[in-house]
Design a binder for this molecule. Structure first.
Ligand code: CU
Ligand code: ZN
Length: 177
């Protein structure tokens, strides 16, 4: 009798340890991410963007400043890879496009998940970013943000004819503030 009670207690402890491990693994919910933009070779564009998971529905709000730009519009996208090994930013791959859509603007019904249109720099060379994306924040971790030399025409395939990549940054999990 005593022996079976003892076994039952041991078994319960064993189960608790097992489920505790599982809970702490799945408990790492990502609420905030960050991308520090660095210039590609020959450029001087920098910036820091914060990705905040939206509390209603799914999606993220992306905010921050990008500086060192020529005044006017510059294509702005999430690209597939967080690989910044090439000095021209091309190792970041194409626009993030998990649902196999055509390139367009963020307000079009169908577009690449990574299409964020353009950012606009003032005469001071600074663009204030405040855009919403419908992607889940965790699907963006490990990918990259790319700023282009020219305006994205929101139409040309496969990337809006936006020219060279002038700044790139990997999207990483942000340290809790
Ligand atoms: Cu791009
Ligand atoms: Zn695109």
């Amino acid at each position: 009798m005593l022996k079976s009670v003892y076994s039952a207690v041991l078994f319960f402890l064993f189960l608790s340890v097992l489920t505790y491990g599982q809970q702490s693994n799945s408990a790492e919910e990502i609420n905030s991410a960050i991308a520090v933009l660095e210039p590609t070779q020959g450029n001087k564009v920098t910036g820091t963007l914060t990705f905040t998971k939206l509390q209603e529905g799914s999606g993220v709000q992306i905010t921050g400043d990008i500086q060192g730009l020529t005044p006017g519009k510059h294509g702005f996208h999430i690209h597939q890879y967080g690989d910044l090994s090439s000095s021209d930013g091309k190792s970041a791959g194409d626009h993030y496009n998990p649902t196999n859509m055509r390139h367009a603007g963020p307000d079009d019904t169908m577009h690449h998940a990574g299409d964020m249109g353009n950012i606009t720099a003032g005469t001071d060379g600074i663009a204030h970013v405040d855009v919403k994306l419908s992607s889940d924040i965790s699907s963006l971790i490990g990918r990259s943000v790319v700023v282009h030399e020219k305006e994205d025409d929101l139409m040309s395939q496969p990337a809006g004819n936006a020219g060279a990549r002038i700044a790139v940054g990997v999207i990483g999990i942000a340290k809790a503030k």
